[in-house]
Write a protein that binds this ligand. Structure first.
Ligand code: T4K
Length: 378
């Protein structure tokens, strides 16, 4: 086979879901008419209501991004000292712990889901442990039942970072049904987005008032401020965009499912390259299509494949390399030691997120798969 042609334009790992501009303008007209731009407006309230239904959660509060949401969630649970977490994630997960004055304790990940390995949590629990912060990485769900059992045995809180898990369900239940608090990110690169945005989902209505205070400077009323809260409020322009985007999420899911199917079909049998598995009891998010490259069997390592793809104008990403435990700012933590995280280290050296978004289309996904097969052979 001759060399495939490079794409004429750069193909990025993702592109945001952009609803028809008229839909956004219609919403913005409402914002203009109300002369209300932020601080709990009508667009925000409507989006919260719609998302509660979509995500099947009884409680949900919107934030201006996923990171502030997570910071507020950690404060709301009044945690102390150590939190067991994964090193295989985006910087924001661990940084939120640091901002809350908590010490991350890194635990290795499971080789199949690439989420926190529930079997390795218990040996890390000490008298100083107050919670588990796990990530549904790429929308692969953590072993939520085993994590819940551990938390109950040791009286720990559980927080899930579901930045990649919009609309994911396990046996028909929204992921927000597990753990004490679940954080969603609505960044432009996510399946559902508000340009920048995020949310906390939770079940205990008693948490609602505290989280709402933490989101709004701790202001109780004009005369009272009870907590050192953040400014975590989502504004009306973000919420208006979100309402327009939400109308197209199902369509986007269908288009991404077609991209997934094309990749699976074209890359499935390639020696040394592992494609994602979608367990039948889970509703997927189609957030990222991540392959793993075994350098021995594939004949090239991940970094070479990443660089060769760029020559074809395909901008894949190494989510998540390096591990957070390798960041300079965490070098003093004892659990950053690489010997203690062998699976995470191996996985971080093998993963590659291929372009995956609705507008990519099955044809271009097929073209990318052909390039990968060519790289494999040459
Ligand atoms: N927890 C986890 C597990 C997360 O993955 C994230 C965020 C968070 C917490 C924090 O949530 P937020 O506070 O962000 O709500 C991106 C995103 O900025 C970040 O939200 C996301 N995870 C992370 C995995 O990816 P970068 O540095 O890779 O983004 P960037 O700008 O390189 O964008 C990637 C590609 O997307 C670009 O090459 C082109 C395309 N793109 C991007 C934007 C922003 C567009 O086509 N249009 C756009 O508007 O971090």
């Amino acid at each position: 086979m001759g060399s495939p042609k490079p794409f004429a334009d750069r193909i990025f790992v993702t592109r945001p879901l952009l609803p028809p501009l008229q839909d956004v303008i219609r919403r913005l007209r409402e914002v203009w008419a109300a002369q209300w731009l932020t601080n709990g407006g009508a667009q925000l309230q409507l989006l919260e209501e719609r998302l509660r239904a979509y995500l099947k959660t009884s409680e949900l509060l919107l934030f201006n991004n996923g990171t502030t949401a997570l910071m507020a969630g950690l404060r709301a649970l009044e945690l102390h000292d150590e939190v067991i977490t994964t090193p295989f994630t985006f910087a924001a997960t661990t940084h939120s712990l640091a901002w809350a004055g908590l010490c991350p304790v890194f635990c290795d990940i499971a080789p199949d889901t690439m989420c926190l390995d529930a079997q390795r949590i218990e040996p890390l629990i000490t008298r100083r442990t107050s919670a588990i912060l796990a990530v549904h990485v790429y929308g692969n769900l953590c072993d939520v039942r085993r994590i819940q059992a551990i938390a109950e045995r040791h009286d720990l809180k559980v927080i899930y970072d579901a930045a990649h898990a919009f609309g994911c369900e396990l046996d028909g239940r929204g992921v927000g049904a597990f753990g004490d608090i679940t954080m969603y990110s609505f960044h432009a690169t996510k399946l559902f987005h508000t340009a920048e945005g995020g949310a906390l989902a939770f079940r205990d209505p008693a948490l609602r008032a505290r989280i709402a205070l933490l989101r709004n400077f701790g202001i109780e009323n004009e005369n009272e401020v009870s907590l050192p809260g953040l400014n975590g409020k989502m504004n009306e322009l973000q919420a208006a965009l979100g309402l327009a985007v939400l109308d197209y999420v199902e369509d986007e899911r269908r288009r991404r499912a077609a991209v997934f199917a094309t990749y699976q079909e074209q890359l499935g049998g390639l020696d040394g390259l592992t494609t994602p598995t979608l367990p039948p009891e889970q509703r997927p998010s189609y957030q990222y299509f991540v392959v793993r490259i075994d350098p021995e069997r594939f004949g090239k390592d991940r970094d070479e494949v990443y660089a060769r793809l760029k020559q074809f104008n395909v901008y894949a990403r190494k989510y998540f390399h390096p591990l957070v435990s390798e960041y300079a700012c965490y070098r003093d933590l004892t659990t950053r030691n690489a010997d203690h995280l062998p699976v995470a280290r191996r996985v971080a050296s093998q993963v590659l997120s291929l372009p995956c978004y609705g507008a990519l289309g099955a044809d271009r996904a097929q073209g990318i798969a052909e390039i990968l097969r060519f790289i494999h052979e040459h």
